[in-house]
Design a protein around this ligand. Structure first.
Ligand SMILES: Nc1nc2c(CCc3ccccc3)c3nc[nH]c3cc2c(=O)[nH]1
Ligand SMILES: [Zn+2]
Length: 374
């Protein structure tokens, strides 16, 4: 069995909560956790240069195996020196295995015990994504953290459907682990499925934990299930994960979701929300969600968010941001995304500080109450 990368250290735990601060060390640098990872699906955090992403405080970003395999191809990226130099991002990168994207993007997809058969959403070409190919692609991209190929159990699913989906994910996890090169300096994380069924989730944690991965992800959530159900699964399952390894909640979430999940011991988050909302003119502030195209901002000469230290809030008025968005200017995408990513980075800084001074429970209560008024 390849050596396990002891690449995570818990630094502080909060007395009144399962929240913890940690340090994730990778070949491309360290990540302070709890951390939010901006999504850079096609090798770019849309509309932002990598230096800007770094200035905003992001330490690790996500890229997509499915997209980069289809275009421009993992072989090309490997021949050009790997994904870090290709996109000029020299910090840590986590890549998803592609299963979720096949499920949500691929056309005419068919799941077989061997792998996921799908047609490219780009040119209709046919492909079969296997656990072995998913590892090969991520090794070619040379991401710092690789994910096993899993089946993201659809929502809703019957117990039997979730059970058979879980057994597929477990067999793929075993094959992913065996496919990893022994000398690899890349970490490999296992993914816990099990639908919305506590019994299956517990079975999944036991089986995946026994495979001794470098970190553990909770998958199969943020797939359209009611918020209360997601929270219940996280509350029940996160405490069962190996405490000395990173816990990654895939695809989550809103600021409220993150604050609640940190309380359960989640260390890593990703979500398309800050970047996608920015491109649709929905901007995050503590006071309210600003829909920038709203006429009420037409003459508003004030900053987007008076509490924010970002370039957008320091240099432009709400009136100007509204003008750019309504006029369809490309700069609107950049300024909006820059602010929303900075909002999430500042939230994670506040979360780490609250844990560091043993005040997380009070921080969470105060934050959630303030959001109710928003
Ligand atoms: N492999 C996998 N990915 C998921 C993602 C994508 C996260 C991602 C990683 C890297 C880049 C982009 C997206 C999910 N997003 C929302 N819910 C999700 C569930 C799963 C899941 O169950 N399995
Ligand atoms: Zn700002």
């Amino acid at each position: 069995m390849p050596p396990i990368k002891q690449h995570f250290k818990v630094l502080e735990t909060d007395p009144g909560s399962a929240a913890r601060c940690g340090l994730l060390s990778t070949p491309h640098g360290d990540v302070r956790t709890p951390a939010f990872m901006p999504v850079g699906t096609q090798g770019t955090v849309k509309s932002l240069a990598p230096d800007t992403v770094k200035e905003l405080g992001a330490e690790m970003i996500l890229c997509n195996t499915y997209h980069l395999y289809l275009r421009p191809g993992h072989g090309l990226i490997a021949s050009l020196g790997g994904l870090h130099s290709f996109m000029n991002w020299h910090g840590p990168i986590l890549t998803d295995s592609g299963g979720f994207q096949v499920y949500s993007l691929g056309k005419l997809r068919k799941i077989t015990p061997e792998g996921a058969i799908f047609q490219s959403h780009i040119d209709g070409s046919r492909h079969r994504l296997t656990p072995e190919l998913a590892v090969e692609i991520q090794e070619a991209l040379h991401s710092d953290i690789m994910m096993c190929l899993d089946e993201c159990t659809p929502y809703p699913a019957t117990f039997r459907e979730a059970e058979s989906s879980l057994s597929l994910t477990l067999s793929w996890a075993e094959r992913s682990r065996k496919a990893r090169a022994d000398s690899s300096d890349q970490a490999l994380y296992g993914i816990v499925q099990g639908g919305m069924y506590s019994e299956l989730r517990k079975r999944a944690v036991e089986a995946i934990s026994a495979m001794n991965f470098d970190g553990y992800a909770l998958g199969g959530l943020s797939v359209g299930e009611p918020k209360a159900q997601m929270e219940q699964i996280v509350q029940e399952t996160a405490p069962l994960l190996p405490a000395d390894r990173p816990h990654y909640l895939m695809g989550v979430g809103t600021p409220e979701d993150i604050v609640k999940a940190v309380d359960c011991g989640i260390d890593l988050f990703d979500c398309v929300m800050p970047t996608r909302c920015a491109r649709h003119g929905l901007l995050f502030t503590n006071a309210e969600k600003v829909v920038i195209k709203n006429a009420r901002y037409r003459e508003d000469n004030g900053p987007l968010d008076s509490e924010c230290d970002c370039y957008t809030c320091r240099n432009f008025s709400r009136a100007y941001l509204r003008h750019l968005y309504v006029a369809g200017e490309i700069l609107a995408m950049t300024l909006n995304t820059l602010h929303n990513i900075r909002y999430y980075m500042r939230l994670m800084e506040q979360i780490r500080n609250a844990i560091g001074c043993g005040q997380y429970a009070a921080f969470k209560t105060r934050f959630l109450e303030s959001r109710l008024k928003a």
